[in-house]
Write a protein that binds this ligand. Structure first.
Ligand code: XBP
Ligand code: MG
Length: 261
């Protein structure tokens, strides 16, 4: 029977709850610094999350909410400049260490590394954000734990397009059936499952009501031995938290293991 060879981790919402108290706050700081009256509330930001990618999200806000936009003859450049400042504020926020990894992330990564699984980051967020999060919230050396950081504008179309997962499979010379992706959102799941990658979902407050077509196991978190998970869909096989055994069983049961070599 084929073995699971690689774990592919989404970042925002999956490794850490970065959106509400991280990205959202940084966007608002950038707007304020630019002298604009835009302010993205917690609820509004939930709606804006329909579009992945910060620059794309700003454009979506302008197109759908029609806020007052400063006079400019190059809107792309204006958005890019605003977004660069947002990245600055976001990475500064992470340096303060206020955004921790979600429960079970560190434990599962340690176990996967010990077992020799290959690891990658597969995200739409800006590479600098990944570096800041991993370094400050996980471990100063955590970047080196991942064979590939697939992030941001490295592909033209962000999630829910499958491009970032296709890119990862190509770069790592992996077949979909050798991998398992960890995601938190509808857009993430559409992206991973479009290229037939088995996907486990851990939801957060923004994604709890999303639909996750084709996903067999949806949980509220990875959990810890002293912090049991809540199963929202599927079966954890009697376990109370996610470890490598759970992932390997999920993989074996998915029918993909027969294909994997
Ligand atoms: C994450 C995102 C990102 C961040 C902002 O989606 O949508 O856009 O909110 O990042 P996923 P940037 O978790 O599916 O990868 O501002 O750096 O683009
Ligand atoms: Mg996500």
């Amino acid at each position: 029977m084929g073995k699971l060879q690689a774990l592919l981790f989404d970042v925002d919402g999956t490794l850490a709850d970065t959106e509400r108290d991280g990205h959202r706050v940084a966007f608002n700081q950038a707007f304020e610094e630019a002298g604009m009256d835009w302010n993205w509330s917690v609820d509004l930001y939930g709606e804006l999350l329909a579009v992945t990618g910060g620059k794309e999200r700003i454009r979506f806000y302008i197109d759908k909410w029609h806020p007052l936009v400063p006079e400019t003859d190059d809107l792309d450049a204006f958005i890019a400049g605003l977004h660069a400042r947002k990245t600055f504020f976001y990475t500064e926020l992470l340096k303060q260490g206020n955004i921790p990894m979600r429960p079970g992330v560190r434990r599962l990564l340690d176990q996967a590394r010990e077992a020799g699984l290959r690891l990658a980051i597969v995200t739409t967020t800006t590479p600098a954000n990944v570096t800041a999060l991993l370094t400050h919230a996980l471990d100063p050396d955590a970047l080196s734990w991942f064979e590939l950081i697939a992030a941001g504008d490295i592909v033209a179309a962000k999630k829910p397009a499958p491009d970032i997962y296709s890119y990862t499979l190509d770069q790592m010379d992996l077949k979909p059936e050798q991998c398992l992706a960890l995601e938190d959102s509808h857009n993430g799941v559409i992206s991973s499952t479009m290229v037939d990658i088995l996907t486990l979902v851990t939801v957060n407050d923004y994604t709890r009501d999303h639909s996750f077509p084709g996903v067999d196991l949806v949980l509220d978190q990875l959990g810890e031995p002293d912090s049991p998970v809540k199963v929202l869909h599927g079966d954890l096989g009697g376990k109370t938290y996610v470890d490598l055994d759970v992932l390997q069983r999920l993989h074996a049961q998915s029918g993909l293991a027969q294909k994997a070599s």
